[in-house]
Every structure is written in structure tokens, then in C-alpha cells.
Design a protein around this ligand. Structure first.
Ligand code: ADP
Ligand code: MG
Length: 274
């Protein structure tokens, strides 16, 4: 028996390169998330985070490896039949960096949520409750995506993901496009939602400072591989891997020294900067 809600074992993905050859975007990525837990996946741009996130939700098919939710293997393809597809969607929902891409521009916030609720045979009346849960008021309820601020749009995208009452929410750079003060509000919202609903989070970000606020465990990825893992506080306070140290040195905090950050990068990777 497992106590884990989500288990990813040995996930690998290779993309063909346009000029021939191939690029291994993820290599043997393994992790587990307990029910209601929160895992961060961090690493620089190009380290394979999005590839892993998309494998989890089924948008990218792994070459190798398995994904298990509550002890049941997720099939690499969406299953046939409406109820099986809906059941799969209720396991894992995803929130993207840019909600513009995933929100229908024609629908008001309320219509958007009603559509998602109807699809999953949940009462449309829950739309008001969802809006309330993500902190959107009556004015935003009747607004379309273009009339919402970036933070409000991301709140709506989160509400729509929650509409199916998922067990796991995968967020890929979900606050990366937002101002720091708005980021903080969304991170606080995610923490509240976790407490209220028990949903588990997989929080993907290039930004260690962001991961610190929402996750207990963290994976550090570099060039498709996990180079370090552990409790978020431990990894951030005493990183073991040189790459994690480099990432931390690159975060501008109080007393941050760009020269130290540059030197750390040189010593890690003298000839081939990524
Ligand atoms: P991250 O999210 O950490 O920035 P990605 O998973 O998006 O990393 O990308 C990892 C690597 O895989 C990058 O080198 C990227 O160029 C490559 N890659 C990602 N998606 C594709 C794709 N659909 N086709 C080819 N290469 C891809
Ligand atoms: Mg990415």
C-alpha cells in the first residue's frame, strides 16, 4: 500500500530536433506527493520543468516511466468514453502561465465556471462559490478575460481548475507573469485553497523565492535531470548541489552580489553556459 497520492516514476522524454538528432528534455524523473502535499519543481529555463508538468497532465506522452494517482496508473492517452475522460480530468488539473491562452475570451467569469461545472455534472450554482473562493467579486463575475487584470485572470483560471474538484493541481509558472505584490496574493490564495480543499499542488517555477512560500518539498532540475531534492526549507537554506547554490545565488535578495552569482556560474559551467 502506498500513502502517496501522486507518484511519478522514471519519467523520460526525448524531442526530435528540427535539424536531426534529438534532445532529452527529461531523464528518469521520479517523485511522489502525499495527499494534500505541495511539491515544487525548480530550475532554469530549459531544464525540463514544463515537459514534466505536461507529462503529468497527459499533454506530453512520456517515452518511459509511469504516473500513478492514488495507486492507479494513468494511461498515457486520454481514455475512451465520457465518464472515463471526466474521471481522469478530476485527478489532475493544470494552471498555465498565461490564462489568456486557456480562457475563452467570449465567456464571462461566471459563464466560464458554469461551463466547466456543467461538463462535470456539478451544479452551476457552485459558480458563485468558486468565484468567492478565489476572491473574485460580483463585478468580475460578469467580466470577460480582457476586462480582468492579470491577477484576476489567474484567479479565474484557478477557479476553473477547481471546478472539477481535482485531487491535484499542477501550476506551471502560474505567477511568473504577475507583479510581485500580485504574486504574493495568488500564493496566499493557493495556500488557503490547499487548507480548505485538501488539493495537492505541483508548483513549477524558475523562481525559488516563489516556491518557498507554497511547497514543503522541492525538486531541482538541471538539463532534464533531478540534481537535488528535499524539504524546501532545507534545500533553500543549505543546498547540497552546486547548481542549486547557483540558482540561489542568482536570486536578488538583500545583500545580493552579482559578482558572486556570476562567479558561481563560471565555476559550475566554465565553457558552456546555458
Ligand atoms: P522549462 O519549462 O524548464 O523551461 P521545457 O520542458 O519547456 O523546460 O524544455 C526543456 C527542453 O526541451 C528545452 O531545451 C526545450 O527547447 C525542449 N523542448 C520543449 N518542448 C519541446 C518540443 N515540443 N519540441 C522540441 N523541443 C522541446
Ligand atoms: Mg517552462
Amino acid at each position: 500500500m502506498t500513502t502517496h497520492l501522486l507518484e511519478a516514476a522514471g519519467l523520460s522524454k526525448t524531442y526530435p530536433l528540427p535539424g536531426g538528432g534529438s534532445h532529452q528534455a527529461a531523464t528518469d524523473v521520479t517523485f511522489a506527493v502525499p495527499p494534500g502535499g505541495a511539491l515544487g519543481i525548480v530550475g532554469e529555463s530549459g531544464s525540463g520543468k514544463t515537459t514534466v508538468a505536461r507529462m503529468l497532465v497527459g499533454l506530453v506522452r512520456p517515452d518511459h516511466g509511469t504516473i500513478t494517482v492514488a495507486g492507479r496508473a494513468r494511461s498515457p492517452r486520454p481514455p475512451r468514453g465520457r465518464s472515463a475522460r471526466l474521471a481522469r480530468a478530476r485527478e489532475i488539473q493544470m494552471v498555465f502561465q498565461d490564462p489568456y491562452v486557456s480562457l475563452d475570451p467570449r465567456l464571462t467569469a461566471t459563464q466560464c465556471l458554469r461551463t466547466a461545472l456543467r461538463l462535470h455534472d456539478r451544479g452551476e450554482a457552485n459558480a458563485a462559490e468558486l468565484l468567492d473562493r478565489v476572491g473574485l467579486g460580483p463585478r468580475e463575475a460578469d467580466a470577460r478575460p480582457r476586462d480582468l487584470s492579470g491577477g484576476q485572470r489567474q484567479r479565474l483560471a484557478i477557479a476553473r481548475a477547481l471546478a472539477v474538484d481535482p485531487r491535484i493541481l499542477v501550476l506551471d509558472e502560474a505567477v511568473a507573469a504577475l507583479d510581485v505584490s500580485i504574486q504574493a496574493q495568488i500564493l496566499q490564495l493557493l495556500t488557503e485553497i490547499r487548507e480548505e480543499t485538501g488539493v495537492a499542488l505541483v508548483f513549477v517555477s524558475h523562481d525559488l523565492a516563489v516556491v518557498r512560500h507554497v511547497t514543503e518539498e522541492v525538486l531541482v532540475m538541471r538539463r532534464g535531470k533531478v540534481v537535488e531534492r528535499g524539504p524546501t526549507s532545507r534545500v533553500l537554506s543549505s543546498p547540497q548541489d552546486p547548481y542549486t547554490r547557483l540558482l540561489l545565488a542568482s536570486v536578488p535578495t538583500e545583500g545580493w552580489d552579482p559578482t558572486t552569482a556570476a562567479r558561481a556560474r563560471e565555476s559550475l559551467n566554465p565553457t558552456n553556459p546555458t
